[in-house]
Design a protein around this ligand. Structure first.
Ligand SMILES: [Zn+2]
Length: 281
């Protein structure tokens, strides 16, 4: 019987094949939905009169509250994915909150879906009429959630699975409205949901960012991962995870300007997300 020998060229060929397979998988993540709820600074002229802040005060609040540059940080990671980005600032309306204030824990800070207070607990808006509140929900909240739900339905129809990556950033120092006031904040926070984040996916994200040299923490200082209400806690085919990036990694927090190291940081973050997502399904 002839011994089976593996030659050097066989090994090289196997490595090439393996690399090629991974590359193909990396390029094909059409079931991925990248959710960008907080990177817009747009305040439509039609609602500007609701805010009691001067232009300078509003600009300052936008700098503190906007997940600045997250679109650029994350978008290149998934060329085949579907991006759902909120077109208006979270100060206009926060799509990440429950529509009903009675269900939303942040409403105790004046920061339900429609904020009434600033990050420092000062008045943000004048008293709105119920018609104005309903208009905000009809114009911005519900269309956004419809886009997110439609993208999820489409992925489920085509692939029988959907993966929502909920992308955020956070200030390096806690703001007064934050529940978690620990000043020792990680580089990356991974948020999970007990029903919609499988353990293997949680582990893949934690280890991808740790191995890339980031200081990573699970569900602190922020927890949870967004899932459209239609599927929440009832459809296990919908997975979700939140990735929060500490802004000190990529921007000057006093101006919003990108650091010279922005591109390198963005590449690392995208690589971590892409590698961790390879484990999905
Ligand atoms: Zn955010």
């Amino acid at each position: 019987m002839k011994p089976i020998r593996t030659t050097y060229s066989d090994v090289k060929s196997q490595i090439r094949q393996k690399t090629h397979q991974v590359t193909n998988r990396e390029k094909r993540q059409p079931w991925l939905i990248l959710h960008l709820p907080h990177d817009s600074t747009d305040i439509p002229e039609s609602v500007r009169d609701q805010f009691v802040l001067t232009d300078a005060e509003l600009a300052r609040e936008l700098l503190l509250m906007t997940d600045t540059h997250t679109g650029i940080l994350f978008e290149g990671a998934f060329p085949d994915g579907h991006v759902v980005r909120c077109p208006v600032s979270r100060l206009v309306l926060d799509v990440e909150r429950f529509e009903d204030d009675r269900l939303e824990v942040m409403s105790s800070k004046g920061m339900g879906a429609i904020y009434t207070c600033t990050s420092h607990g000062h008045p943000l808006r004048r008293e709105l009429s119920s018609t104005e509140k309903l208009s905000l929900l009809a114009d911005f909240y519900r269309p956004h959630h419809k886009r997110l739900t439609d993208a999820t339905v489409k992925a489920l129809k085509q692939f029988d699975k959907a993966f929502i990556l909920d992308a955020h950033s956070f200030p390096s120092k806690p703001l007064p409205y934050h529940f978690d006031q620990n000043v020792n904040r990680p580089d990356i926070c991974i948020g999970t949901d007990s029903f919609h984040t499988p353990a293997y996916l949680q582990d893949a994200f934690l280890s991808a960012f740790s191995q890339a040299g980031f200081n990573v923490r699970l569900n602190a200082p922020y927890s949870g991962a967004l899932v459209p209400a239609t599927f929440y806690q009832c459809d296990p085919r919908v997975s979700s995870i939140m990735v929060e990036v500490n802004r000190r990694i990529y921007m000057d927090e006093s101006t919003g300007e990108r650091l010279p190291t922005f591109d390198a940081a963005a590449t690392r973050i995208r690589d971590c997300c892409r590698n961790a997502t390879l484990s999905f399904g």
